[in-house]
Design a protein around this ligand. Structure first.
Ligand SMILES: [Fe+2]
Ligand SMILES: [Fe+2]
Length: 220
């Protein structure tokens, strides 16, 4: 039997329902998009980061699976969604035929992706944290009324581009473009400082220095 890959996981009906459910709960609570778009972006970036760190190919495939499913726990509750999501995914991945020794590292990465409870337990967990926290983009705003935007909506709305880039083989850089007509760079830091601190630690786990470039200015 061929190994289970991301394509198998993201087309699995139980995964589709969990990701849809996660986004429905987050939308009902007024949060930004946490559905298939976010899952796709985070899985692509996790691959990019793990490839940059020259991790083994199968570990990268497992990292993509962890990344695609990391917010599934939001279908149950926003609180403790990382740990809930890990518990939910064990039977799903097991029923799909993934062996336990491949599932367990995925659970550790999913269960440690939120900054309040995160320990950077593995390179996969570290890559997932950076991929997740770097997905700041105007397309994530799902509040239909600009008059009701909170600071998260404003900052996401102002983020016109957010990309990961490797520099000089030793620096992992997050390139951000912020439309300062919509939100200030200070507002970005007001809500993302703890996430950027976590990204710096995660980059170190992967053997890189973290750098943030906002509107062309490097902050290291
Ligand atoms: Fe999350
Ligand atoms: Fe996420």
């Amino acid at each position: 039997m061929d190994p289970i890959r991301l394509q198998d996981v993201r087309t699995n009906p139980r995964v589709i329902a969990l990701v849809d459910g996660a986004n429905a709960v987050m939308k009902a609570m007024g949060y930004t998009e946490h559905g298939h778009r976010h899952a796709r972006v985070v899985s692509k970036r996790t691959r990019q980061i793990m490839e940059g760190a020259k991790l083994p190919p199968r570990e990268i495939e497992l990292g993509e699976i962890a990344a695609y499913t990391h917010d599934c726990g939001c279908s149950v509750n926003r609180q403790q969604h990382a740990q809930i999501g890990a518990a939910l995914m064990f039977p799903v991945l097991s029923d799909m035929g993934l062996p336990p020794e491949e599932i367990v590292p995925i659970l550790g990465a999913i269960g440690n992706h939120e900054e309040s409870v995160s320990s950077l337990v593995s390179p996969m967990a570290a890559a997932l944290v950076i991929a997740d926290k770097s997905d700041v983009h105007h397309s994530r705003v799902q509040n239909p009324s600009p008059a009701d935007f909170d600071i998260h909506d404003r900052v996401n709305c102002a983020a016109t581009s957010s990309q990961i880039h490797f520099r000089d083989q030793s620096v992992l850089e997050l390139l951000l473009e912020i439309d300062q007509q919509r939100a200030s760079v200070i507002e970005y830091f007001e809500i993302f400082l703890s996430r950027m601190v976590l990204c710096r630690k995660a980059a170190n786990v992967l053997g890189f220095r973290f750098s943030l470039r906002v509107n062309g200015t490097v902050l290291e």
